[in-house]
Design a protein around this ligand. Structure first.
Ligand code: CA
Ligand code: CA
Ligand code: CA
Length: 427
């Protein structure tokens, strides 16, 4: 009798939860009862992910030498002295592999290196996922990885510099997944972020703003346009050292006549922020979109990105990049001298790169599921855990722990499976 009551009440909760979610999320019925778990959920340890129909490129550095990399990458950036890249053993990434790429920038010898990929085809929307791990004493970073687009008629097999210039809308656009010593929106007296910095996006597009005038137009001086910075407004999102982090970015291109382009980014499977028409509010002043503080005088919805002005320009470049540049030439030490900081030798590791037309998500392992179905951590499995799991499944991008029945999707079926296991006492 008691069991029947529990089952009936749980079904009611599941249904009500589904209705509430479908009302709250106008974006798509698809997400009303299931979040987007990412294709990685279907390939534990990333095994076989390269065969997924949405995947356009992968790299895991297994069974390879640095020389082999030129077969799959368009340009192998070994640094000016040819020592930046090395494939090393590192088993801490949650994958089936044993090897990853180490990039070392050494002061006086090189400013870093990386791997640059020009895709054969261009895409209207593309997700890039990679793992990175900074050395425990890694310094600040000048520029990091990049997802971008270039005129398809330009087949030159190397990256072009565009710093200081605004793209025309037919030649190129760039999203740098970067880090800053301090978000510009924080007060001048606020301390610098610990190295290697805080995550930001640093974007070049056809309607980007100039630093030279309050209106954001160039006054004619040279190099009027540097990347416009977008970052999470709330807690500073400090880049960790000594641990692997899963970094993901998605660009959605615009209709050439409109400003409806987007960029979204995630860290460790958590949606950090989405930048598109109306997703944030603020006031443009110089090259900054102020969302707080004295310059935010007339908050308006963000207009969105006009990445391009014709249809030929598409997303076709991914760059795994570690560039130290100014870090070696300027004194960028952290405030606190106790913080380990090596500005002579800077090291980062990369692994598990996937470029895909669908959301990828972090690598899934058996450890993703809470022991015994205890989702709220009170030491036992019960109705509160089922409710917690339902809420998790309703998130737009739930993490892999939402996939209780391990079928590669997060849905109401997972909550039902947990409920049945609780009733049967088998979890
Ligand atoms: Ca690997
Ligand atoms: Ca519990
Ligand atoms: Ca599932």
């Amino acid at each position: 009798m008691k069991t029947t009551v529990i089952v009936i009440s749980m079904l009611a909760i599941l249904l009500l939860g589904g209705i509430a979610a479908s009302k709250g999320n106008g974006e798509a019925n698809k997400t009303a009862l299931a979040g987007t778990l990412g294709i990685a959920a279907r390939y534990p340890g990333d095994e076989g992910i390269e065969n997924d129909s949405s995947v356009v490129f992968t790299e895991n550095f297994e069974s390879k030498s640095v020389t082999d990399l030129s077969q799959s990458w368009t340009n192998v950036g070994q640094g000016t002295d040819g020592t930046a890249l090395f494939i090393v053993k590192d088993t801490t990434a949650p994958s089936i592999g044993k090897y990853c790429l180490r990039v070392t920038a050494t002061k006086g010898r090189n400013v870093g290196g990386g791997l640059w990929k020009l895709l054969d085809e261009g895409y209207e929307q593309l997700y890039a996922r990679f793992y990175c791990k900074f050395a425990p004493d890694a310094p600040y970073v000048h520029h990091f990885c990049e997802l971008s687009g270039r005129n398809p008629y330009d087949k030159s097999p190397w990256p072009h510099g565009g710093a200081g210039n605004r793209p025309t809308g037919t030649d190129w656009f760039t999203v740098n997944i970067d880090m800053t010593r301090k978000g510009f929106w924080r007060p001048a007296e606020a301390p610098k972020a610990p190295p290697p910095g805080e995550w930001i996006l640093y974007n070049y597009w056809s309607e980007m703003h100039s630093w030279q005038t309050p209106e954001g137009e160039s006054d004619g001086r040279d190099r009027g346009f540097f990347g416009n910075i977008f970052g999470p407004l709330d807690e500073p999102l400090v880049v960790k050292r000594g641990v692997w982090q899963c970094v993901e970015v998605m660009i959605k291109l615009n209709d050439p006549e409109k400003r409806d382009g987007e960029v979204t980014f995630w860290i460790d499977g958590k949606l950090i922020e989405r930048y598109g028409p109306g997703t944030i509010e603020g006031t443009w002043n110089t090259d900054k979109f102020w969302r707080t503080g004295e310059f935010n005088t007339n908050p308006q919805p963000f207009e969105g990105f006009r990445w391009r002005k014709n249809e030929r320009l598409k997303i076709n470049i991914f760059w795994l990049k570690y560039f130290l540049g100014r870090v070696f030439t300027e004194d960028l030490n952290p405030h606190d001298p106790e913080i380990p900081y090596n500005d002579n030798k800077a090291i980062v590791y990369f692994d598990n790169i996937v470029l895909s037309k669908e959301y990828v998500g972090p690598i899934v392992t058996d450890q993703a599921l809470p022991v015994g179905g205890d989702y709220d951590g009170d030491g036992q499995a019960g109705i509160s855990d089922v409710i917690r799991l339902i809420k998790l499944c309703m998130e737009e991008y739930p993490d892999a722990s939402a996939d209780y029945n391990r079928d590669g999707t997060a849905s109401v079926a997972d909550a039902l499976a947990l409920l049945l296991d609780i009733i049967k006492g088998t979890n």
